[in-house]
Write a protein that binds this ligand. Structure first.
Ligand code: UDP
Ligand code: MN
Length: 258
């Protein structure tokens, strides 16, 4: 049988949340043997996300884990100041390790883990590329780091360096969307997680460092020559009219889920 792809997605409440999750869920509907682990950055699970997951038709697990207040980005902070989605990805990993331990049978270690932010754009092809991951597989990510794309550079089937706009000397100068890890490796390293205190740009490295060496990375997407995932970001909608109408008592009905 096909190895299951466990996708871990941090998500938080904002105007575009339902749109992002709708798009993502409808992408995943086209991917066979996928289990979606959605972790809300919230003190409780919200009805918006619960309903969306139930109606999606996907196999899913719904979790929540609020970001520690002093780790949360404040209004007006530059977006690079603090890493986002850290506690949520770690909570997804915690659930996965516990759930797999509880599964009977010999194939409870078979699978692949991928961290999919809710605002990126995913080609269906990337899921078929990652499905054969033995330890850690890697590929290019488009529209990231102030570049058209970043990618591992391959020679003789191995990663020899990274094409990146910034600090190529980082242990793993890759975006979250650019790698997948075998479930087996994650279960064999029960302490491996994301370090929210890691310096800027070192979040991915903090997780991968204990798991794999550069030499062991498995290039996908035609030796990392194809871009199959994009680090797209959604513009924050302007609410100028909404606010103006609200002041006159004519705002949108709060009972209608936006
Ligand atoms: N995220 C979150 N809490 C936050 C901000 C972001 O859980 O306070 C999630 C977000 O939904 C996304 C991931 O963390 O799935 C990465 O956030 P974002 O896309 O804003 O980061 P960027 O694209 O700027 O790296
Ligand atoms: Mn993003």
């Amino acid at each position: 049988s096909l190895p299951t792809i466990f996708v871990i997605t941090p998500t938080y409440a904002r105007l575009v949340q339902k749109a992002e999750l709708t798009r993502l869920s409808q992408t995943f509907l086209h991917v066979p043997q996928i289990h979606w682990i959605v972790v809300e950055d919230s003190p409780h699970k919200t009805p918006l996300v619960s309903d969306l997951l139930v109606k999606s038709g996907l196999s899913f697990t719904h979790l929540h884990m609020p970001t520690n207040k002093d780790r949360k980005l404040q209004e007006g902070d530059p977006s690079w100041l603090k890493p986002r989605g850290v506690e949520q990805r770690n909570e997804g990993l915690r659930w996965l390790r516990e759930d797999r331990r509880a599964q009977p049978g010999g194939d409870n270690q078979q699978g692949v883990v991928y961290f999919a932010d809710d605002d990126n754009t995913y080609s269906l092809q990337i899921f078929e590329e990652m499905r054969s991951t033995q330890r850690v597989s890697v590929w290019p990510v488009g529209l990231v780091g102030g570049m058209k794309y970043e990618r591992p550079v391959i020679e003789g089937g191995k990663v020899i360096r990274f094409h990146t706009g910034w600090r190529p000397s980082r242990p793993f100068p890759m975006d979250m969307a650019g790698f997948a890890v075998s479930l087996k490796l994650i279960l064999a390293n029960p302490e491996a997680c994301f370090d929210g205190e890691a310096p800027m740009g070192f979040l991915e490295s903090s997780f991968l460092q204990g798991l794999v060496t550069m030499d062991e990375l498995e290039p996908k997407a035609d030796n990392c020559s194809k871009v199959l995932v994009w680090h797209t970001r959604t513009e924050k909608p302007k609410m100028k009219r909404e606010d103006a109408l609200q002041a006159q008592g004519l705002g949108s009905d709060p009972a209608v889920e936006g």
